[in-house]
Ligand binder design. Structure first.
Ligand code: IMP
Length: 208
């Protein structure tokens, strides 16, 4: 069965395709179908993921999958959270966002720089599916005082995962994809999809 991914990101498409293929899903991006991104007007990851999934399903006529993610920094009261991509302003670059975070955290000691990446996935069978599936995953760590490494994207150079000596930008993409917030949310979604195909109907699952 075809499922449209509410994203144009080839990396995300490969990651989702690999995990969903064994369940019989073929993942196509909304960009490949000529569908433009929905405006992210929600104030929670759940709301944004759901509105992106419903938008993609409405315009494609196919089941749709969307993710919304960001980083929550405890010393910043959970900011930037859902606003991670536009922390330093609309269309801000990764570099500008990361620089603003280091500036706001200047002088904060290592023990109080705790943070986590969060990801929520939404899956709908149609635009107005009354029983969407929502799955969440998080990845705990802390914000470094200076960038390390040049892999990954976004805040990866300043994110040091718990129990890791390497920043997320120093990890191979395979290592990151095995433990990241997105990988955990995707594993949780696979659990929900399997449960529903077996006739059980929980609609939310988060492994914590
Ligand atoms: P979105 O989920 O595509 O809206 O992205 C949200 C934003 O959160 C990204 O632009 C990044 O700034 C940040 N983010 C989410 N996941 C990651 C990650 O795995 N590494 C680095 N930054 C991330």
């Amino acid at each position: 069965m075809k499922v449209v991914l509410a994203s144009g990101n080839a990396g995300k498409q490969r990651e989702f395709a690999a995990l969903l293929a064994p369940l019989g899903y073929e993942v196509v991006t909304q960009t490949s179908l000529g569908i433009e991104s929905a405006e992210e007007t929600g104030t929670t990851f759940e709301h944004n993921a759901l509105l992106k999934a419903r938008h993609a399903a409405r315009l494609s006529g196919l089941p749709a999958l969307a993710d919304d993610s960001g980083i929550e920094v405890d010393a910043l009261g959970g900011r930037p959270g859902v606003y991670s991509a536009r922390y330093a302003g609309r269309d801000a670059s990764d570099a500008a966002n990361l620089e603003l975070m280091l500036h706001e955290l200047a002088g904060v000691p290592a023990a109080r720089r705790t943070a986590r990446y969060r990801c929520v996935l939404a899956y709908v069978r149609s635009a107005d599916d009354p029983q969407p599936l929502l799955a969440a995953g998080s990845w705990e760590g802390r914000v470094l005082e200076a960038p390390q490494g040049d892999g990954g994207f976004g805040y990866d150079p300043v994110f040091l995962p718990q129990e890791s000596a390497l920043s997320a930008a120093q990890m191979t993409s395979a290592a990151k994809n095995a433990v990241s917030h997105r990988a955990r949310a995707l594993a949780a979604l696979v659990t929900l999809l399997k449960a529903r195909s077996e006739g059980v109907t929980p609609t939310r699952f988060s492994p914590g």
